[in-house]
Design a protein around this ligand. Structure first.
Ligand SMILES: Nc1ncnc2c1ncn2[C@@H]1O[C@H](COP(=O)(O)OP(=O)(O)OP(=O)(O)O)[C@@H](O)[C@H]1O
Length: 302
């Protein structure tokens, strides 16, 4: 694999808090990778270490085969973090020019403006006068100014409306087609599912799953057959419990739910046993269920 990023057994401890716990992975050129996880999972800490902003307590990180702090590595990286910090008393054009001149092969100014949702008239405005949305556009422009090969986004779509979100992801897919590599963090399962070709699922500092959205779903999401019982009472439940194919059931809002990898077998047994049921539904597991299952499995294990 043509690895752009490589982490080997990386941990980060703040005082006695282990924010990232022995994480290893590689990221291939041209991929769009989501670091997904709940609050406090260690996503930002991991991203900051890969960016060279934080030093790992243990383990090794390589970006383009080198330590992330090296000057030559920085020339190939662009980042938009949660807080876009801007220098006051500079106009938008001046900030963009300043950042562009740090890079050997910066993006053409007109192309930069066109892709980032800034308008010509914004260029002469002082950065402190921009609205929240315009500041985020500028943050995106600053991340892209050096025409980087590797892009980092920490929760990039927070606060963006649906149209802006869609434009953002269209743009990101275009970058990936050009061979750029994108790593982003998100809380949004749907966003990771839609936008990423790989998901690294973090929980309590650990990497608890790594794969395509489909792989993650197929490994840990159980499908289910659910129905409403026509007869109530213990006899019906006894019949279910005594059949090994049906015995793994739970009850949700009056429905009986059987989690299974073999929905056909479950249906066969329901008919063979002549169980009185109605409104049968067969459900494919969803990514948000997978996420909840994984994180709750981890919590039980702690
Ligand atoms: N500078 C720090 N000092 C002490 N603890 C920290 C520091 N930075 C992060 N932590 C702790 O490390 C853990 C992981 O934090 P991190 O910000 O990486 O999580 P996250 O997954 O990005 O969360 P969120 O989605 O809320 O941004 C949390 O328990 C956090 O409180």
């Amino acid at each position: 694999m043509d690895s752009i990023i490589e982490l080997k057994q990386v941990s980060k401890t703040f005082k006695d808090k282990k924010a990232v716990d022995r994480i290893s992975f590689r990221i291939a050129k041209g991929s769009i990778v989501a670091i997904l996880g709940p609050n406090g999972a260690g996503k930002t800490t991991a991203l900051s270490m890969i960016l060279g902003l934080l030093e790992p307590t243990e383990g090794e990180i390589r970006v383009f085969g080198k330590p992330p702090k090296e000057h030559s590595v920085r020339h190939h990286i662009g980042a938009m973090l949660q807080e876009v910090s801007l220098m006051d008393r500079l106009k938008v054009r001046e900030v963009l020019e300043l950042i562009r001149c740090y890079y050997p092969n910066p993006m053409d100014m007109d192309a930069l403006i066109a892709m980032t949702g800034l308008h010509g008239k914004d260029l002469n405005r002082y950065t402190e006068k921009l609205s929240g949305g315009q500041k985020r556009n500028l943050g995106f422009a600053l991340a892209m100014a050096g025409n980087p090969d590797l892009l980092f986004f920490d929760e990039p779509t927070v606060g963006l409306d649906i149209g802006a979100r869609r434009r953002f992801w269209d743009q990101i897919r275009e970058f990936a087609k050009q061979g750029k590599t994108i790593l982003f963090t998100t809380h949004y399962l749907q966003e990771a599912d839609d936008a990423a070709d790989r998901i690294l699922l973090f929980h309590q500092g650990a990497l608890v799953a790594d794969g395509t959205p489909e792989e993650i779903k197929s490994v840990i999401v159980k499908r289910s057959v659910s129905f409403l019982p026509m007869e109530d009472g213990s006899e019906f439940r006894r019949k279910l419990a005594s059949n090994p194919v049906l015995s793994n059931f739970s009850e949700q809002d009056g429905r009986i739910v059987i989690h299974t990898d073999h929905t056909d077998q479950v249906l066969e047994q329901i008919f063979a046993e002549k169980l009185g049921v109605r409104e049968i539904a067969v459900d494919q597991g969803r990514l948000d269920e997978a996420f909840e299952q994984l994180t709750s499995i981890q919590e039980e294990a702690v």
